[in-house]
Design a protein around this ligand. Sequence first.
Ligand code: BDR
Ligand code: CA
Length: 308
Amino acid sequence: PRKVILDMDPGVDDAIALCVALAEPEFDLLAVTATGGNVGPKQATLNVQTIIEQVDPARWPRIGAATPDQLLRTDARHLMGTDGFCGANFPVAELHNRHNSIKVLSDEIRGAAGEVTVIATGPLSNIASLLQAEPDLATEIGHLIILGGAVAGPGNITAAAEFNIYCDAESARQVFQSPVTKTLIPVDVSSQVMLGLDVLEKLKHSGSRTAQFLSKILPNAFRMQRQVLGLEALAVHDVVAVTAAMHPNLFTTEPLHGDVETAGELTHGATVFDRRIVTDSRPNMDVAVDVDADGVLRYILGRLEAGV
Ligand code: BDR
Ligand code: CA
């Protein structure tokens, strides 16, 4: 099995991503580290805990707590409710003696240097802080897969910027510029994979813990997405990044130099890729430019139906 850490800001699509990761026998899930994003840092930490309590309490990977005073430019409560789970309000008690996400990332990456795939599906604050505190870890992370940015399309939180990058553009810029081996799944690729309402029927028949948990969130998530965005199917961005770790062959990638705008008035948090024919910049990441959306959807549905 592949050693994996998920760094996330749950959030509905982060929850689906973690459900798939928990149901993937080829993953050795070392830790799940929380960051604020869709909701504030405290709620994000509780939500990571909730998903694991509800879906796979026996496994209990290490949980990292988001930095309580983390500063973020926005959140997604308009789309996911104040609890991040569209009002499902799971009972959860805050854990004591929990380590900070940055400490958990550091321990686990050092413990298996060069072997760990980190999948980051929230703002990149934790990863940037980690690399700032311990720059040598940049070459100890086996692979960093980032869900964020936009390479071919518009932004989704401002006209120019994608949500995860916009929330903490300075951190994203540091991570982009770092020597970590990384793959970016931009939002124009992740939006090609949409979950239809038929997933609810499938989950009903499955009866697993995963299915029970998601059945408490997804109907409201479909409803809120319809009300706010006018979409009938559910965007599931983050789980597309998890799929990229498992089945990279479903993606077409290009080596590109990517950077993040941190000073622009209209473009703050926009990702910028150098696609000039003649350039002296060197690629610093692989960027997904196309995806076999049906293949990804089949994989996701298969894992969700199997469940835990
Ligand atoms: C990203 O924004 C968040 O709201 C989602 O969880 C996803 O990580 C997509 O732009
Ligand atoms: Ca997310």
